[in-house]
Design a protein. Structure first.
Length: 226
């Protein structure tokens, strides 16, 4: 549960994003999104101290020295996946088409079988998105599946590297730059959506306050007339 652990460390410690990302095996942008409150709401924090994976003295060492690499005292209990498609929480299933479209656009060398295993989807869905016959194609916007929380950066990198090797594609370093741009753009989009939600909530609260004031005023006027 690396995301849940990272969420707890972001909220409860002063460790750097690099330290948390390395300890949890995540991409630094995933940790950055949690710190910006763009992704942490999706996860319930998991205390690594209580589980015995970290100690408070170890965390204090990391907080005192940003270059210190946290040492895990006990490996987390791993749960092996059974055969079958990857399980995706209901709240994230609506993001699957966006993640699939992103992989098809940026990594066409990745096979449908690899995409299906990574995202937890079917070849029929992948084919529909590829040939734009998907029922909701007009609302599908390619987005990085890592930032969407559909897979980890390590899993994505692994299948891309495997597919590139099979296709004989050499790494020219341009993909990393493109990935960074896409993630930055998505983070900005998520931040804008959050700000819009806050603004709407604020306006609703103001309207409710005004309505309550008007009701109180009318009640007072009615009482005065009586």
């Amino acid at each position: 549960m690396p995301h849940a652990t990272a969420s707890w460390l972001v909220d409860n410690t002063a460790l750097s994003f690099e330290q948390i990302a390395e300890f949890c095996g995540l991409h630094i942008l995933e940790v950055q999104a949690m710190a910006d409150d763009l992704a942490s709401a999706k996860y319930t924090g998991r205390d690594p101290v209580r589980s015995g994976e970290l100690t408070m003295p170890e965390i204090e060492k990391g907080q005192a020295d940003p270059n210190y690499r946290l040492r895990m005292f006990k490996a987390p209990v791993t749960v092996s996946r059974t055969k079958g498609p990857r399980y995706t929480p209901v709240s994230k299933r609506q993001d699957k088409p966006d993640g699939i479209a992103w992989i098809l656009r940026n990594h066409p060398e990745v096979s449908d079988a690899q995409i299906g295993k990574l995202i937890g989807t079917t070849r029929t869905t992948i084919a529909a998105i590829r040939d734009r016959s998907h029922w909701n194609i007009s609302n599908i916007n390619p987005k990085d599946p890592v930032t969407l929380g559909l897979c980890s950066q390590r899993e994505l990198d692994a299948i891309v590297a495997k597919a590139a090797k099979r296709a004989g594609i050499e790494d020219d370093g341009l993909d990393d730059e493109r990935l960074g741009d896409d993630r930055d753009a998505l983070i900005e989009e998520l931040r804008a959506e959050r700000q819009a939600q806050v603004r709407i909530a604020s306006e609703a609260a103001q309207e409710a306050e005004a309505a309550a004031w008007l009701i109180a005023k009318r009640a007072a006027e009615a009482a005065g007339e009586d």
